[in-house]
Design a protein around this ligand. Structure first.
Ligand code: 3PY
Ligand code: MG
Length: 254
């Protein structure tokens, strides 16, 4: 059986992921083969149906974990993401303790939470039903996003909620909430990020974050970040393909 994302978060090595937003099973397959530890399947911003997401998960090879970012903190979306067999969920814009509690409850079967039960891919369509429902509360990762200054303000009550397996910082939405949209390296946004990281490290909660580029990875990992999503599928295409177009145009000009 695949190592769960939660188990991997307990290992000493940091985990490398990337955001996948295109409904292509082949692309997810390829990214897993390239060696990413986990894929961040983006149903908040990507044009993905739940069927697309299921096929992307099915295509993944290797020990690569798949986490679905649901469109919002909503029990139906969380239930569907887990039923198709995601290794975990990422819940955007969790801004308070009660919101964090709701996210956790939606992902956990009773008596811990209120996730409902149905026949689905997560337990091989019922073939391994009892086995799955007995271990799901321990094996499915609940990652909440802290990405608003309100969440930074409510950090202590959010991090006090039981059952959060990790915190994923969204620098871009955080920058927007601080009137610095897109200016993720400004002093104020970086100070807020540092505050969230320090609180997570102090409480022993694995902290992760999105980075557009890999150039700051060494500093990021040295600061206690346990899991990162670097780049996006579309960014890899435009950055790689863009260089070829540039070289071609330079060749014509020269
Ligand atoms: C953000 O930067 O807002 C994100 O959610 C990145 O994943
Ligand atoms: Mg965001």
């Amino acid at each position: 059986m695949k190592t769960t994302f939660i188990e991997k978060l307990r290992e000493p090595r940091p985990l490398l992921g990337t955001i996948v937003s295109l409904p292509s099973p082949e692309l997810s397959e390829l990214l897993s083969l390239i060696g990413f530890d986990w894929l961040f399947i983006d149903m908040e911003h990507g044009p993905l149906s739940i069927g697309d997401a299921q096929r992307m998960i099915q295509a993944v090879k290797t020990d690569c974990n798949t986490l679905i970012r649901v469109a919002e903190n909503n029990p139906v979306l969380i239930k569907q993401a887990l039923d198709i067999g995601a290794d975990g969920i990422i819940v955007p814009l969790v801004n308070s303790g009660p919101e964090a509690r709701e996210a956790v409850a939606s992902a956990r079967y009773p008596p811990v939470g209120n996730r409902s039960v149905g026949i689905a891919r997560a337990h091989d369509y019922g073939l391994h039903f009892m086995d799955y429902i007995q271990r799901a509360n321990q094996s499915v990762a609940v990652i909440i996003q802290i990405e608003h200054q309100q969440a930074v303000h409510n950090l202590d009550e959010i991090l006090a909620v039981d059952g959060i397996d990790g915190v994923f910082i969204g620098p871009y939405d955080l920058s927007g909430s601080m009137n610095r949209l897109g200016d993720v390296f400004s002093d104020s946004v970086q100070a807020a990020i540092a505050r969230v990281k320090a609180a997570c490290v102090q409480k022993g909660i694995p902290v992760g974050l999105f980075m557009q580029q890999a150039d700051r990875l060494p500093a990021e990992l040295a600061s206690g970040t346990r899991f990162v999503a670097v780049g996006t599928d579309t960014f890899f295409v435009w950055s790689g393909a863009g260089k070829v177009v540039e070289a071609f145009r330079a060749g014509l000009a020269g």
